[in-house]
Design a protein around this ligand. Structure first.
Ligand SMILES: [Zn+2]
Length: 403
C-alpha cells in the first residue's frame, strides 16, 4: 500500500502550503520568503510527525536561546525583546494616548482556533479585531502566553519591571494594516507589528475570562493539536487601565526575532488563580504523541540588553525619580534597618550585662573598699596634718617674737 502513503504525503504537503499561504499571503520579499519557508517546513514536519513541532529552536538545550542567533541572525540584534523596564530611566511621552481595542468584545460570530504549536498555546484572532490609539491602525493576528513551571516554582513573564518577574505574560500580536497587506509582509518591517504585553500575577480567585482558553488546554495537549472554541469577549482578558503603559521598540521574542515590534506593556496586571496557573504549566506538551513527552514549561526568553533604546511611559504616574525607591529597594531598606536595630539592641544588652557583672564583683569585695576608704581617710588626715603644721609654721614665721 505504498502508493496510499505517497498520496497522503502529497495531500498533507499541499494542505500545509495552502494553510500557510492563506494566513500569510503571497508576498515575495527575501525575509518573508525565509519566514514562509520556515513556517511551511514547520507545518510540514508538524503534519507528518517527522520531528517534534518547533524542533528548529527551543528555550533550553542544544537549540536553546544562546544558539538562536546562529540560525536566526536577528536574534543577535541590538533591539531585542523582552527587556527589563527600569522605571527610574523611563521617560514621559504625553503623546501616548490610551489604547483603544476595537472589536475585542465581539470577535466575530464564528469559532476561534486554539493551537498548541510546541512553543506556546496560540489563539488565532479574526481581522475584525484591531487597535486604535497607536500611530497606525493595527489588525489582530493571534494571542498567546508565556509561563514558567510549578516544580520547581519559576515565574514565567518575559518582561520585567525593575528586575521583577511575574507569573506569566500574555501577548496579543497585531500587524500594521494601514501599510501592509498581511502579517507576513509586516513582520520583517521596522513599523510592521504592535504587540500588547499583559503581565499576569497570581491571586486566590479564578479569573473567569481566562477559562475561555484554559478549559480547552486538555484538547491541545500535544504539539500540533488544535481545537475550535466558541468566540468570547477577548476584551475581558485585558487589564482595566489601558491608559497606563510602557512603550518601546523591540522584537519578536521567539525566532526569527525580527526587530519589528512596537511594544505596549501595561502597568496594571491581570490575575490568575494558582490552580489556573498550574493548569497552564502542567497540561501541555512540547512534543507530539510518543514516548517520553516533555511538558511545555518555562517558555520565556531571558531579558535582552536595552542598549541605546528609550522606554517611554504614557503617564507621569509611572515615573519614578531617582530619589524614590522600588519595592525591592524599600524591602532592602526596611530589613537593613531592622537588622541594624537588632545589632544595636544586642550591643546594649551585652554592655549592660558586663557592667552588671563588674558591679556585682565589686559588691562581693567590701573589705577592699573599706580598706581603700580608710587609706583615703588616713591619707587625707595626714595631708590635713601637714597643712596644719605648715600653717602653724608659717604663722610662727610671719608673727615676730614680742620683745
Ligand atoms: Zn510572545
Amino acid at each position: 500500500m505504498e502508493w496510499r502513503r505517497i498520496m497522503l504525503f502529497c495531500i498533507a504537503f499541499w494542505d500545509n502550503h495552502r494553510r500557510v499561504y492563506t494566513a500569510f499571503g503571497s508576498n515575495s520579499t527575501k525575509r518573508s520568503r525565509m519566514a514562509k519557508s520556515y513556517l511551511i517546513l514547520d507545518a510540514y514536519m508538524d503534519r507528518l510527525h517527522i520531528f517534534p513541532a518547533g524542533s528548529p529552536w527551543e528555550y533550553a538545550g542544544p537549540h536553546g536561546q544562546d544558539q538562536w542567533p546562529d540560525i536566526f541572525p536577528d536574534c543577535g540584534g541590538s533591539s531585542q525583546s523582552p527587556v527589563n523596564i527600569q522605571t527610574v530611566n523611563v521617560s514621559l511621552d504625553q503623546s501616548l494616548t490610551p489604547i483603544h481595542p476595537v472589536g475585542y468584545s465581539t470577535p466575530g460570530t464564528g469559532p476561534l482556533t486554539l493551537r498548541n504549536n510546541g512553543h506556546t498555546v496560540a489563539l488565532a484572532l479574526p481581522p475584525s479585531m484591531r487597535l486604535q490609539g497607536l500611530p497606525k491602525n493595527f489588525t489582530a493576528v493571534e494571542l498567546h502566553l508565556h509561563w514558567g513551571s510549578s516544580s520547581p516554582p519559576r515565574w514565567g513573564s518575559e518582561h520585567q519591571i525593575d528586575g521583577e518577574m511575574f507569573s506569566a505574560e500574555v501577548h496579543i500580536v497585531h500587524y500594521n494594516s494601514d501599510k501592509y497587506g498581511n502579517v507576513s509582509q509586516a513582520m520583517t518591517k521596522p513599523d510592521g507589528l504592535a504587540v500588547l504585553g499583559i503581565l499576569v500575577e497570581t491571586a486566590t480567585a479564578d479569573n473567569p475570562a481566562y477559562e475561555h482558553i484554559l478549559s480547552y488546554l486538555w484538547n491541545v495537549r500535544r504539539a500540533g493539536q488544535f481545537v475550535t472554541i466558541p468566540a468570547f469577549d477577548v476584551h475581558q482578558l485585558l487589564p482595566k487601565h489601558l491608559d497606563q503603559y510602557y512603550r518601546y521598540r523591540g522584537s519578536l521574542t521567539t525566532p526569527p526575532c525580527y526587530q519589528s515590534v512596537l511594544w505596549t506593556i501595561f502597568h496594571q496586571r491581570v490575575q490568575l488563580s494558582v490552580s489556573q496557573l498550574e493548569r497552564l504549566q502542567n497540561t501541555l506538551y512540547s512534543s507530539k504523541p510518543g514516548p517520553s513527552p516533555g511538558l511545555l514549561q518555562d517558555n520565556y526568553r531571558a531579558v535582552q540588553p536595552l542598549n541605546q533604546r528609550t522606554i517611554y511611559t504614557s503617564t507621569s504616574v509611572l515615573l519614578r525619580s531617582p530619589s524614590t525607591f522600588s519595592t525591592g529597594q524599600i524591602l532592602a531598606i526596611v530589613f537593613g534597618t531592622l537588622l541594624g536595630l537588632v545589632s544595636l539592641s544586642c550591643g546594649i544588652h551585652f554592655a549592660a550585662k558586663k557592667l552588671r557583672k563588674v558591679r556585682m564583683r565589686a559588691a562581693e569585695k567590701p573589705n577592699d573598699v573599706v580598706l581603700q576608704s580608710e587609706s583615703v581617710q588616713s591619707f587625707s588626715s595626714s595631708f590635713d596634718v601637714v597643712l596644719q603644721s605648715s600653717a602653724i609654721q608659717a604663722e610662727q614665721v610671719e608673727k615676730p617674737t614680742l620683745p
